[in-house]
Design a protein around this ligand. Structure first.
Ligand code: ADP
Length: 527
């Protein structure tokens, strides 16, 4: 019965005939009144997962969303689909008294099916008191990763949601949705929303149509970008830069070279931002040069390339930002420029922040370094990071990154792998990757000294190779599942059962060395 209803609803409200990915299962779970957790990549169709059940049920669904612009887009879209203006409403501090009254009466009369609120508005006593008296169908927490310090966009207000929901009503089903969930973030969300037993739906994060490429960042980065954009003339693209200043400079450099480009960053006034965004959406310009302020909620399906002038501060950010390419399933080239200097710059930004935050930031950055420098399948690396195994050798899209298209030679590293794992074991699984490598090459630091590890027979047992070699091997052993990183300690390396087994009876292990970006110059451009 429910099945027929939701198909009818899908057609009636959205004009679609089929569900995308896991939507149908998610919607059934919500309609059955279950706590539900949805992890889907951007563009996966998360909004419909809560919009349809909200439209089909009695009462009002409360949608918590961090961004006013995002809410506004959704409300406009829902109003366009419905004959009732009040079907979707926003409750926030920008409303005047009359407007608030109108919103309240629409909710009370049952017209409003979706009420969008920012988390800080929900803390307002007046609103909580009102919502307590209303029929609430469920609460949807959009961008739920904002709950976690391990997410790329931590917002402390999100931490209070559970207690507010409890105040609004008993047993209101909670729906958490996110496009970014490493296993750690996922755990945080479920814990914070108090729903360890939520029905969880996780879609694959593989984007088979995206091509990933990392190039060394050199002095000629402007020329490299201009060349790339010219080779892709007439196609839509986004170029991300870390600073506003760089956005302005690069936009100008592109314009001077006859490329239709506009800048976008939070330092521009609202009018200019809207204008530039519209010019991009309407294809009056091909390229937006932007800070990360650009893109949240931008739904341009045919973005053909995303360039990172600066490497992002986490794999999540990289994945989100590159994810804006090829949303229509067509080609999407993701090109990032990388230099270790930029990592040091990002490290510097973090100094002065609380220690835990710095540790997290540092651990996330180390993953970025690993990703940039690795010579294994970039897709496999990303998916492993998101807790997903992906067989790049045979799988669809296996050639879709620089490393797979131009593979480095592999060599048998059975003995070295066994040595590395043995060193992790003998040094009591207490070090992060950098120390493990130091122990192998025989380099002392304060921590190693304090454990007297430097007096052990295995100290320096891998001095026939350099640090970069061991780091590459360590990363590959992580991805292959012989080692794992402990999250609670911000990255201490542990052996898995497979790793312990390997020490006992080593098997073949083919490794490739990482790229060296140490003295990046034009000669070693990859791809
Ligand atoms: P997300 O929030 O996961 O990034 P959206 O909810 O914005 O994704 O959906 C991405 C796009 O997919 C939107 O353009 C939406 O209209 C479209 N979409 C969602 N569900 C369906 C469906 N069942 N059939 C066709 N298109 C859909």
């Amino acid at each position: 019965m429910a099945e027929i209803d939701i198909y009818a609803g899908l057609k009636k409200f959205f004009g679609f005939t089929r569900f995308k990915g896991l939507q149908e299962e998610v919607i059934k779970s919500i309609l059955d009144g279950n706590n539900t957790f949805v992890v889907m990549p951007t563009g996966g169709g998360k909004s419909l997962c809560y919009q349809l059940p909200a439209l089909m049920q009695d009462g009002t669904a409360i949608i918590v969303s961090p961004l006013i612009a995002l809410m506004k887009n959704q409300v406009d879209a829902l109003r366009a689909l419905s004959s009732e203006e009040g079907v979707a409403q926003v409750l926030n501090s920008s409303l005047n008294k009359t407007e608030v009254k109108r919103v309240k009466s629409d909710i009370a009369s049952g017209v409003t099916k979706l009420l969008y609120v920012a988390p800080e508005s929900l803390t307002k006593e007046e609103y909580v008191a009102f919502l307590q008296t209303q029929k609430i169908s469920f609460m949807a927490i959009d961008e739920a990763h904002c709950i976690s310090e391990w997410g790329h966009d931590f917002r402390p207000e999100y931490r209070n949601l559970k207690s507010i929901i409890q105040r609004i009503g008993d047993n209101i089903p909670i729906i958490g949705l996110t496009a970014t969930a490493t296993p750690k973030v996922q755990e945080d969300i479920l814990k914070n929303l108090g729903m360890p037993d939520a029905n969880t739906f996780k879609a694959s994060f593989n984007r088979p149509n995206l091509y990933y490429e990392i190039r060394p960042k050199t002095k000629s980065v402007d020329a490299d970008i201009i060349r790339f954009v010219k080779q892709n003339e007439g196609k839509s693209g986004i170029i991300y830069c870390l600073s506003r200043k760089r956005v302005e400079e690069l936009a100008q450099a592109l314009q001077v070279n006859g490329i239709k480009a506009v800048p976008y960053h939070a330092g521009l006034d609202g009018k200019t931002r809207v204008k530039h965004q519209d010019m991009f959406l309407m294809e009056d310009v091909d390229v937006v040069v932007a800070t990360i302020a650009f893109g949240m909620g931008i739904d341009k399906p045919d973005v053909r390339f995303v360039i990172h002038n600066d490497i992002p501060k986490s794999i999540e950010s990289y994945y989100q930002e590159t994810g804006r390419a090829g949303r229509d399933g067509g080609e999407g080239h993701c090109l990032a420029f990388y230099s270790y200097k930029d990592i040091e710059k990002l490290e510097k930004f973090m100094s002065g922040k609380p220690v835990a935050e710095q540790e997290i930031g540092h651990a996330l950055l180390q993953e970025v370094v690993g990703f940039a420098e690795t010579s294994m399948s970039r897709r496999k690396f990303i998916l492993h990071y998101f807790g997903e195994e992906f067989d790049n050798e045979t799988g669809e899209g296996g050639m879709m990154d620089d490393n797979m298209r131009f593979p480095k030679k592999k060599h048998e590293a059975k003995e070295d792998a066994a040595l590395l794992l043995d060193v992790v074991s003998k040094s009591n699984q207490q070090y992060k990757s950098k120390e493990v490598v130091n122990v192998l090459i025989g380099k002392v630091n304060a921590l190693i000294k304090s454990h007297r590890t430097d007096t052990q027979p295995y100290f320096g047992s891998g001095s026939n190779h350099d640090a970069a070699y061991w780091m590459a091997l360590l990363r590959q052993l992580l991805v292959a599942g012989y080692l794992k990183k402990d999250i609670e300690t911000y990255g201490v390396i542990h052996l898995t059962d497979a790793g312990k087994e390997f020490i006992k009876s080593p098997t073949s292990f083919m490794m490739t060395e990482d790229h060296s970006f140490k003295d990046a110059n034009d000669d070693i451009i990859v791809g």
